[in-house]
Design a binder for this molecule. Structure first.
Ligand SMILES: Nc1ncnc2c1ncn2[C@@H]1O[C@H](COP(=O)(O)OP(=O)(O)OP(=O)(O)O)[C@@H](O)[C@H]1O
Ligand SMILES: [Mg+2]
Length: 262
């Protein structure tokens, strides 16, 4: 790292990190990819980076940090708060579903981000704010009912397999209109059930787990204005365990970043 004079606050936040970690925390221009072995301190870098940005005066609400589990998100939140308390910056305690995006950084899972985007902009795809999120049992129930309606023998086509197919489509960002583009071949009946399934969900103002990524993706893809709002809101985006993002998650994040920076 090039020699630079650090303020006492910066020093406190970077304390105990090695040079490579300090370089990753303090490289704030453009994009940074951190690749290092298990347990080597990658998440530590991310947490410090969030605190470092805020300590340097960045508006907390400009920071979005994504993880894969709620537990990881909770831990990261706590670690950021502690680091900042050490330098006398106290983030306000806001309830998890608050809509104040300015005073705290958003450290959450991809799915939690999806829920937030849908609650705020779901109306663009005719989804009301009070939509419900289906669990796998409810999902299977709907699939079984559709099979019944279409006179498809459930012994020959298990609901589990259909739900796997639907999930696969959604993770490849394929709606029923273009599910035939799926990389793997499936019988026409799968596509038929998927179409009906989406109709049922939409009629009931419900989404499944995979919709929490696909639907925000579709909203952002189709609305330049929404993209602009969110791109202005989160000017620093970080992802822990980046290698685990699926194509849908990756494409969603790409829409949150202005084209010139990508
Ligand atoms: N420079 C450092 N010196 C001493 N301890 C460190 C340093 N960096 C991180 N640690 C500690 O090492 C442990 C692992 O760190 P961390 O969880 O950040 O690693 P990771 O690379 O994200 O791990 P994983 O691969 O499991 O996600 C933590 O207890 C952390 O506090
Ligand atoms: Mg980690």
């Amino acid at each position: 790292m090039s020699l630079q004079i650090l303020s006492e606050t910066e020093e406190k936040i970077l304390q105990d990190l090695n040079n490579k970690q300090i370089e990753s925390v303090s490289s704030l221009e453009g994009s940074t990819l951190v690749i290092a072995g298990a347990g080597s301190g990658k998440t530590a870098v991310l947490v410090r980076r969030v605190a470092y940005l805020i300590a340097k005066g960045e508006l907390p609400g400009n920071i979005l940090c994504l993880t894969f589990t709620n537990k990881a998100a909770k831990e990261m939140n706590e670690r950021v708060r502690k680091l900042l308390e050490n330098v006398n910056i106290n983030l306000p305690n806001l309830p998890p579903w608050q809509n104040d995006y300015l005073r705290i950084p958003l450290l959450c899972t991809f799915h939690s981000l999806g829920v937030r985007i849908l609650r705020e902009f779901g109306e663009e795809i005719d989804l009301k704010k009070e939509f419900t999120i289906l669990d796998t049992e409810e999902q299977k129930k709907i699939i079984k009912q559709i099979q019944k309606d279409l006179n498809i023998d459930q012994k020959n086509l298990q609901a589990n397999l259909v739900s796997y197919f639907i999930s696969k489509c959604k993770q490849e960002l394929l709606t029923p209109e273009n599910s035939h583009k799926l990389t793997q071949d499936y019988l026409p009946v799968f596509h038929q059930i998927y179409k009906k399934y989406q109709e049922v969900l939409s009629k009931n103002q419900a989404v499944d787990f995979d919709d929490l990524i696909l639907s925000p993706y579709l909203i952002l893809k189709n609305s330049a204005l929404t993209r602009q709002i969110l791109q202005n809101r989160w000017t620093h985006i970080m992802i822990d365990e980046f290698q685990d993002t699926n194509p849908a998650q990756f494409e969603l994040v790409k829409l949150l970043i202005p084209k010139e920076i990508l």
